[in-house]
Design a protein around this ligand. Structure first.
Ligand code: UD1
Length: 355
């Protein structure tokens, strides 16, 4: 069996690290990787391949820094060309990025089966490019690997039971990765304070609205008076913050370059709390038993909200401060096994092999 994996953005490298390791355990499966180039800075891409031993991509399309249509369109064209040459049995895509949609669309037009890892997630916010990408990708996938029971339920409500496809609750491959790399994580860098909150910020809905970004940064400033905040910053957000002017930021807000996965894991282990608009980091906070304030108006990971380990801070300063105070005042109980047992990757590959 030949699997062609399409990846391009940071969280996909982490998911592929787990699944590619599971593929490598089967001699009868050949995997080739195409990197679309969507994320291209060394610290957004190369570092993950180096640290996580992901097989080197056979092709790098070097497509990035374009508007959504142009980016997705150029990827689609190039991926179709390469799929015609490589003739895979299955195209494997992850998550909800432009690279995911381009990979799934190119394959489905060539009648190649698409396997979508992280299927069935919904924010019900069609303004998010990610929501559009994931709905379209799910619709044209043959194998839909859901990380949660909620994701399976979302697909059922959309009528997937009547579609010619296979929906399977595999658990979350990011949990596999977190477990595998937890012991291999590096010590925190020397300049990381002993007590701190770990924060990230990159979603278009926050970075592309100056008022939202300002309000979140004001909340960070207030909280940083009590406890330092460590903020590894996505290049998109850094560019925008440079334009807004950073002069009013607290010196207790420690802005770092994007960090590698092992350093992120180490900071997750050592931090007191997480504040983020990232999908992946919300779950990683839970894996490492840290309360999380989500800097969005909704989340796909509703089981975290329902169990009280995650609060929607949204973007208004007052809301974020309220969530911070509640987490500071009351201890949090973490439920077990919301995302499977850490063997999602093996289950996915076994399913594909036996199919
Ligand atoms: C993308 C995904 C999002 C995912 C995120 C993870 C889409 C629509 N969005 O968002 O689902 O959560 O990745 O990080 O696919 N840039 C750099 N250097 C880099 C990478 C990006 O400067 O290494 C710049 C780009 O040139 C662009 C901006 O950052 O100006 C945004 O990058 P883009 O790939 O459009 O989306 P992300 O915000 O990373």
């Amino acid at each position: 069996m030949k699997i062609l994996t399409v990846i391009g953005a940071r969280p996909q490298f982490i998911k592929a690290a787990a699944v590619s390791r599971a593929i490598a355990a089967h001699k009868s499966i050949e995997e080739i990787i195409i990197h679309t180039g969507q994320h291209f800075d060394d610290n957004m891409s190369r570092v993950f391949f180096d640290e996580l031993n992901i097989p080197q991509p056979l092709y790098n399309l070097d497509i990035h820094s374009l508007n959504h249509g142009a980016m997705t369109g150029r990827m689609l064209e190039k991926l179709e060309e390469l799929m015609l040459i490589e003739k895979p049995d299955i195209v494997l895509v992850y998550g909800d990025t432009n690279s995911t949609l381009a990979g799934a669309l190119a394959a489905s037009k060539l009648h190649i089966s698409v396997a979508h890892v992280e299927a069935g997630l919904r924010s019900f916010n069609m303004q998010m490019p990610e929501e559009v990408n994931r709905i379209l990708t799910d619709r044209i996938s043959t194998f839909l690997f859901c990380p949660t029971t909620k994701a399976v339920e979302n697909l059922r409500k959309e009528g997937f039971e009547d579609q010619p496809c296979h929906v399977f609750n595999s658990g979350d491959v990011m949990y596999d990765a977190a477990l595998y790399y937890a012991d291999r994580a590096k010590k925190p860098e020397a300049d990381i304070p002993p007590d701190f909150i770990l924060a990230t910020l990159h979603r278009a809905e926050n970075t592309d609205h100056a008022d939202r970004l300002k309000s979140i940064l004001e909340a960070f400033n207030s909280i940083a008076e009590e406890i330092p905040i460590v903020l590894p910053l996505h290049p998109r957000t850094r560019k925008i913050m440079n334009n807004l002017g950073q002069s009013k930021l607290s010196s207790n807000l420690l802005i770092l370059e994007p960090q590698g996965y092992l350093q992120m894991i180490s900071m997750l282990k050592n931090c007191k709390m997480v504040m983020t608009d990232s999908g992946g980091l919300q779950k990683e906070a839970y894996f490492f038993r840290k309360p999380c304030i989500t800097l969005r108006t909704e989340t796909e990971w509703v089981e975290l909200i329902n169990s009280g380990v995650n609060k929607l801070g949204r973007f208004e300063k007052e809301n974020i401060l309220k969530a911070y105070k509640e987490f500071s005042d009351f201890p949090v109980d973490f439920p077990e096994s919301l995302y499977g047992n850490g063997d999602a990757s093996q289950k996915i590959i076994r399913f594909l092999k036996e199919f």
